[in-house]
Ligand binder design. Structure first.
Ligand code: ATP
Ligand code: MG
Length: 325
């Protein structure tokens, strides 16, 4: 299968005042055509930063500190001018930010916003693009597409806006869709419907997808591969079933353990984990594993050295993985 996206040793930093924070360190993975990669990890693990970097939409205080991202047929994204990148975004790459409600312009009808990529990339007028707008809205499960197209954002529900945002991101038939928490603000039924739709759309158009979620349940429904992040580091990466059934990293294991508790407890934040989420400030000055202070399997070397990646059924970065004595 052909590789659509290849991420190599990507490191992302934010500066605020004197402080520099590494939101992602040495992240590497590939996405092949038609494949869905699910990225999971708790709040602050660097998921959105990673996706924003891939779309080259980091905020002004964010920067690519190192690494490269290669998109098939385009080349290294970090070598493109911002004008070239603007053309790639919306034609070859579809991007849905974490807060799509606020991404909509409140004063513009939804249909015109969904049509925007066609205006920019194909120079189509709204009238010309309308059939594709309606088709795209329909394809995302909005059967009342004409009404949706003519509505203003505040007239639609969160689920409808999320679907409209996905319609906009896929209207140009991109090779890869980057979707940041596409369902987190929605109720469970709507979440499931949207996940099913994304799966269908990706199969139908051979679309590769990277879907970010803090919810392993959502990710395990749709993803072919799973990438587990913690503290800006890749802790584990591999085929879904291998990660779910035989996680090697204690953090993956803890995430799964929290999922497998009783249904009502599932909403509780990571009951299997103790301690506090990592404070990333200063982390780049430290060499150890970011998970060590909460890890049940910590050994002395974890304090001083981030583990090399081990390849087995999954790739994982741990000095003392699950199943070893
Ligand atoms: P969530 O699940 O809450 O969306 P996330 O995994 O998407 O979290 P990021 O938003 O990528 O995590 O944040 C990674 C780290 O970078 C966090 O420590 C966060 O506080 C920090 N960060 C994010 N944006 C900025 C910014 N503009 N300036 C400084 N630090 C930032
Ligand atoms: Mg995020």
């Amino acid at each position: 299968q052909d590789i659509v996206l290849s991420v190599n040793n990507l490191t992302i930093g934010y500066s605020s005042g004197q402080e520099v924070l590494r939101a992602c360190r040495d992240v590497s993975f590939e996405v092949v055509s038609g494949e869905t990669l699910g990225i999971v990890g708790e709040s602050g693990s660097g998921k959105s930063s990673l996706l924003m970097a891939l779309a080259r939409l980091l905020p002004p205080n964010g920067e690519i500190v190192g690494g490269s991202v290669s998109l098939s047929g385009v080349g290294d994204l970090f070598e493109l001018s911002s004008e070239q990148m603007r053309r790639v975004r919306g034609s070859t790459i579809g991007y849905v930010p974490q807060q799509p409600m606020s991404a909509f312009n409140p004063t513009m009808k939804v249909g015109r916003q969904v049509a925007e990529p066609l205006k920019i990339h194909n120079r189509l007028s709204y009238r010309e693009s309308l059939p594709r707008v309606l088709q795209a809205l329909n394809g995302m499960g909005l059967s009342d597409a004409t009404r949706v197209a003519n509505a203003f954002p505040h007239e639609l529900s969160g689920g409808m806006l999320q679907r409209a945002m996905l319609a906009q991101a896929t209207i140009t038939n991109p090779r890869i869709l980057l979707a940041d928490e596409p369902t987190s603000a929605l109720d469970v039924t709507v979440q499931r419907q949207i996940i099913e739709l994304l799966k269908e759309v990706s199969l139908e158009h051979n679309l590769s997808t990277i879907i970010v979620s803090h919810d392993l349940e959502v990710v395990s429904r749709i993803a072919d591969k799973i990438l587990v992040m913690y503290g800006g580091r890749m802790e584990e990466h591999g085929p879904r079933d291998n990660v779910l059934q035989d996680p090697k990293h204690p953090y993956s294991h803890a995430l799964l353990a929290s999922r497998l508790t009783a249904d009502q407890e599932r909403k509780a934040p990571l009951p299997a984990l103790t301690g506090f989420p990592l404070d990333l400030r200063g982390v780049d000055r430290e060499a150890g594993c970011p998970f060590r202070s909460r890890c049940s399997r910590v050994i002395p070397i974890c304090e001083v050295e981030f583990p090399r990646t081990t390849s087995g059924a999954t790739e994982f970065a741990c000095h003392n993985p699950m199943g070893s004595s």
